[in-house]
Design a binder for this molecule. Structure first.
Ligand code: G4P
Length: 525
């Protein structure tokens, strides 16, 4: 198959949701359709339940599982579908955001009874920022839900995106009768017990009295009214607008009962984008280019605690990746050869000979890669746009076992490369500050330092509001700022200047006093 056809048949995407909306269930059902798994229950959630925040065995167990489910590839009809898994727990949202940089589209799952939840909103913000095309799946229709029009209004308002239903539910909860597929005018009847694929009942005209036979008079009339209203109120579905990230098609179903999932998948492969051009610092890289390029968006370390093994996950951006071919590691300015690249097919991984844009390959690593690294066939390229957000929680990290300072240093270094948290070094006293998004990250760091590196650490409180990366075109002003604020200056892991504001007042003052300085709350790796 030519490079072009390989690219155009690929669909690389992530399913995201607020915890418990049904991301794991939907993923599993999609894998069942793709034949990637054969029994329900094969994909375990890698979410960490609230009740288990201090259960580290659980975290460990789940980390082990999450490497197997990090990328799930399967063939569906003529398409190659790659689902990238994202952690459900909000304390690991940075990991999710990074994964979103490696996908070409996203499916957002919303619990019909709960509507848009805080995590859904945050994830949508990232999609909007990156103009990622989004499909919305309203799940759990077998449970009582709000009126559908109200629900969609809410979704539009809170997610700030134009929605367009492509299917429409007939009631919800115990009265849920199914969905009417507006895409191909078929009625899909719901039954919690039927698991096989139902082709649905085709209606060329909804006024057909046949509808009453299936839905009864009340629901038939209501569906006719609803459909008329949808056609009057909602704009036509426009694939171009969807691909630009301006319009989100909406589907309804019940992942648990495998209902509405195939319609979603069928529409998804048809409309979702194949790998798109990616912006590098130097130029825009087109997937159709002959030369291979890719970037590391995730590192999974110490999969086997007895061996210091890591896997760097690389998204192929252009060309054909080939096993044993020599490639260039841009940051290290070194060439290397990958003898055992792996591809991920559901719960197993296998060594592959070649890969194409949109694919994710796993490269066994002994510490040469960090998140954001670019690989090429020789050209100088740097992919950008992997955001590193300003953490919200800060602690000093101290050595609790002076005999193990080397181990501690190495552990911190590697965990930061993996993107577990961010490290800042105070310019005043050289103390190390760890910045996290969620409390759980501190616990994971402490636990992993001890169990994987044999080092003990202790966290100490620090009064801190925000870390901001600072830039200015005026070198003199920049030097003046750094001198004046020396007690609040730190370096990040890449030796960039960071202003550590201990309150919003201090930050406001600094912004007012130094107008020529740009204060950035995200940095690009
Ligand atoms: P998440 O990955 O988004 O966090 O959600 P997950 O799929 O784990 O689903 C959360 C809970 O919601 C699970 O129940 C799951 O069975 C249930 N669920 C998912 N889809 C549907 C649906 O369409 N209808 C209904 N009624 N429930 C649904 P749980 O009791 O928390 O877990 P489990 O013990 O069933 O695994």
């Amino acid at each position: 198959m030519s490079l072009n056809s390989e690219i155009e048949r690929r669909r690389t995407f992530a399913i995201v949701s607020h915890p418990d909306a049904g991301k794991t269930t939907l993923t599993e059902k999609l894998l069942l359709f793709g034949g990637a798994i054969h029994v329900a229950g094969a994909v375990k959630s890698n979410k960490i339940k609230k009740t288990a925040t201090s259960d580290f065995m659980e975290i460990e167990r789940q980390r082990g599982i999450s490497v197997a489910t990090s990328v799930m590839g399967f063939e569906y009809s003529r398409y190659k579908v790659n689902i990238l898994d994202t952690p459900g727990h909000q304390d690991f949202q940075e990991d999710t955001f990074r994964t979103l940089t490696a996908v070409d589209s996203v499916i957002i799952v919303i619990d019909a009874a709960k509507g848009v939840e805080p995590q859904t909103e945050k994830l949508m913000n990232v999609c909007r920022m990156r103009k990622t095309p989004v499909i919305i799946f309203i799940n759990k229709m077998d449970r009582p839900a709000d009126d559908t029009f109200t629900l969609l209004e809410d979704v539009e308002e809170q997610l700030k995106i134009i929605t367009r239903p492509l299917s429409w539910p007939i009631n919800s909860g115990p009265g849920f009768k199914g969905v009417y597929n507006l895409f191909n005018s078929t009625l899909q009847l719901f039954s919690p017990n039927i698991q096989e694929i139902d082709p649905g009942i085709k209606f060329n005209d909804l006024s057909d009295p046949e509808l009453e036979k299936w839905l009864g008079t009340i629901d038939s009339d209501r569906l006719r009214e609803d459909v008329e209203l949808i056609e009057g109120v909602y704009p036509e579905f426009d694939t171009e607008e969807y691909l630009k990230g301006n319009m989100a098609p909406v589907f309804f179903g019940s992942a648990l009962y495998n209902f509405g999932v195939q319609e979603l998948l069928d529409a998804f492969v048809k409309i979702a984008p194949w790998p798109q051009p990616i912006i590098a610092q130097e130029r825009i890289v087109d997937p159709y280019e002959e030369s291979f390029s890719g970037f590391v968006f995730k590192i999974h370390a110490n999969i086997d605690p007895n061996h210091r093994s890591r896997i760097a996950f690389v998204k192929v951006c252009s060309g054909r990746f080939e096993r044993n071919k020599v490639y260039k590691h841009m940051r290290l300015n070194k060439t290397f050869r990958v003898s055992a690249p792996t591809a991920f097919m559901a719960s197993k991984k296998e060594i592959i000979e070649e890969s194409f844009p949109g694919d994710i390959i796993g490269i066994p690593d002994t510490g040469n890669f960090i998140i954001g690294d670019t690989l090429t066939q020789g050209e100088d390229l740097h992919f950008k746009g992997l955001p590193s957000f300003s953490p919200e929680l800060f602690r000093y990290i101290e050595n609790a076992d002076p005999m193990k300072s080397k181990q501690l240093e190495k552990g911190i270094d590697q965990l930061m490369d993996e993107g577990v948290a961010q490290l800042f070094t105070s310019q005043l006293n050289n103390r190390k500050i760890i910045g996290c998004v969620g409390q759980l990250q501190f616990e994971v760091i402490q636990y992993r330092l001890e169990h994987e590196y044999g080092a003990k650490c202790r966290f100490e409180p620090i009064q801190m509001y925000k870390a901001c990366w600072i830039e200015s075109d005026n070198t003199a002003i920049m030097e003046e700022f750094k001198k004046r604020k020396v007690q609040r200056m730190a370096k990040d892991k890449r030796n960039r200047d960071v202003f550590m504001a201990d309150s919003s007042f201090i930050l406001d003052m600094a912004q007012q006093d130094f107008k020529e300085i740009r204060f950035k709350f995200t940095s690009e790796l």
